[in-house]
Write a protein that binds this ligand. Structure first.
Ligand code: NAI
Length: 386
């Protein structure tokens, strides 16, 4: 029997049958492929960062609603000895099974996407299995990247002044004060190296040079901007610098893909609980208040909802809609005035003593557990073979 093992905001294990049930619950919320749309005729898609969060959600929508043939890349550990294997590993296995039931490819290569050798492996796999791809989804969230033999680590820090906030401990159900010291210029630069757009651009250049991008090929990567209340922590800090770099590279990648009649966009998505976002120190109070308000106002979306909106309203619509910075904005509901006013009001009152009252702690924790395969309806957790 596998019980959840949590340390702070990190899941130390996962539940295989629970992960499969979690993915199936996403699949069940998708509608059947609509063959009347020319664009929906089985696109061939490469998903970098395919095993969890936004990448997995988009891949699921593409399979279920557009009969996509997908190749995934992720960095996950399988079971060994006492270790259950990471959630992403089991979710990827469940995805492959789901795709196979529909007679479609859905393999995930467990590779370090930052390594040049991995690009070569992926290019060869695309050539062999797909010929070319129509869409490349870049959804990596990583803490480090090896560049020319040097391990570069990202730092989640503010710029200029220290940031004081609160960090969740999901193991003890506590909210604790946290102070983040300002980033050094080296930490800024390193975070841009890990989480900026350089790697995305290298991927797109390598794929284009290898002639595995189909005519009209597109690419999307994800970003976050958030409301002013989060800017000291996010937009103005190391992660925001990295995202600014991503936005700027998107314009260059877009120009590259236009030579194929395609295009590249950054999708600004909503703040949601994922392995990556829950790890950001200081972000939890905002996430909890946001969940509470958006649910109360009936506008809450999860990763799957966001990706359905991306496909239906943008990627497979007549036209892609962007703001003046060429960004696709899926954060419009999050940033709506009534939502942010109510979030600010809650944040002004929220403390370690009352965060369960002003924030949707239960919702956040439940989502965290679910994405690791725990607490899923219909799964028999007492069955040792499950
Ligand atoms: P996640 O942690 O759920 O997924 C990250 C994926 O990257 C996983 O599939 C993981 O296996 C893969 N990965 C990490 N390092 C890798 C490596 N070296 N090689 C291959 N694969 C690797 O994260 P999430 O939240 O879905 O993030 C994806 C993107 O979405 C990020 O760019 C993030 O900044 C962005 N985003 C996230 C938001 C959120 O609230 N979660 C909001 C807006 C944007």
């Amino acid at each position: 029997m596998i019980e959840p093992s949590i340390q702070g905001v990190i899941a130390r294990n996962s539940h295989p049958a629970g992960c499969a049930a979690f993915l199936r619950s996403w699949a069940a919320r998708c509608r059947a492929p609509n063959s009347s749309s020319a664009l929906s005729a089985g696109p061939r898609v490469l998903v970098l960062g395919a095993s969890s969060g936004y990448g997995l959600a988009l891949r699921t929508v593409l399979l279920q609603e557009y009969a996509a043939r997908t190749l995934g890349v992720a960095y996950e550990r399988g079971p060994s000895g006492q270790y259950s294997g990471s959630a992403g590993w089991h979710l990827s296995a469940a995805f492959a099974e789901l795709a196979a039931e529909q007679g479609l490819p859905g393999e995930t290569l467990m590779l370090d996407a930052f390594a040049p050798a991995s690009r070569q492996t992926v290019i060869e796999t695309i050539r062999r299995d797909f010929g070319q791809v129509d869409l490349v989804v870049y959804s990596l969230a990583a803490g480090q990247r090896t560049v020319d033999g040097r391990k570069v680590r990202s730092a989640i820090k503010p710029a200029g002044a220290p940031y004081q906030g609160y960090q969740l401990d999901l193991a003890t159900d506590k909210l604790q004060p946290v102070t983040l010291e300002p980033a050094s210029s080296q930490e800024m630069a390193d975070t841009v190296t890990v989480m900026g757009g350089e790697d995305w651009q290298q991927w797109m250049t390598a794929l284009q040079e290898a002639d595995v991008l189909a005519p009209g090929a597109r690419s999307v990567a994800f970003s976050y901007i958030g409301p002013a209340s989060t800017w000291p922590l996010y937009r103005d800090g190391t992660l925001g610098q990295a995202k600014a770099d991503l936005h700027q590279r998107a314009q260059q990648i877009n120009a590259q893909l236009q030579t194929l009649g395609g295009g590249a966009w950054v999708v600004v998505a909503k703040a949601l609980v994922t392995k990556a976002s829950i790890f950001i120190p200081g972000m939890a109070p905002y996430l909890m208040a946001l969940y509470a308000v958006m649910k109360e106002q009936g506008v809450h979306e999860d990763c799957l909802d966001q990706m359905q909106r991306l496909c239906r309203s943008e990627l497979f619509a007549e036209q892609v809609h962007t703001d003046s910075d060429q960004l696709i904005r899926l954060d419009d509901w999050e940033l709506a005035e009534p939502v942010q006013q109510a979030v600010d009001a809650r944040l002004a009152l929220l403390t370690p003593d009352n965060f369960m009252q002003y924030g949707d702690y239960q919702g956040v924790k439940q989502e965290f557990l679910a994405m690791n395969g725990f607490g899923i309806a219909g799964v028999d957790y007492s069955d040792e073979g499950a």
